[in-house]
Design a protein around this ligand. Sequence first.
Ligand code: FES
Length: 170
Amino acid sequence: MSNEMDRRDFLSRSWKVGAGLIGVAGLWTTADLLWPRVDAAAGEVRTVAADAVPADGVIEVSAAKAYLTRDAAGEIVAINEKCPHLGCRVPFCESSGEFECPCHGSVFNRLGEFREGPTPRGMDRFLVTVVDGMVIVDTGNTISGPGKGDPESIDEPPAGPSCSEGSGHA
Ligand code: FES
């Protein structure tokens, strides 16, 4: 009789502990989903020497999750690699000389200005400064990308074939 009671008591407690753990896991998951996302890397990121930033191409600075290039006036521009549509990482296609989002086909010129696709605007930018010859990208300071209807500030048509197959983009 005593053994039977011990067993029942043990099973009852086990069920309660299990249910409690499931409840805690559910709360944890819900809180994690609802908590606002903060970029862990947000802040000033020392990247490369300013001399290394090309005027006719881009370099990726993965520590800042950004690309660096130069505008028509030769000023350094830091482009957020995240697509303004739904946040996919947008690679730069060397053959076309454009940014081509692999998720839904948005295309941007070398400065991240809108060319085509569902994106609501051009690629966002980060505040950039040059200190002692080094490019500092402030990933906590985002500048909204150029408007979808804004004219492109550089005259650089696609240089070659697109990196995304079947896009029909030459
Ligand atoms: S996330 Fe880039 S086009 Fe949708």
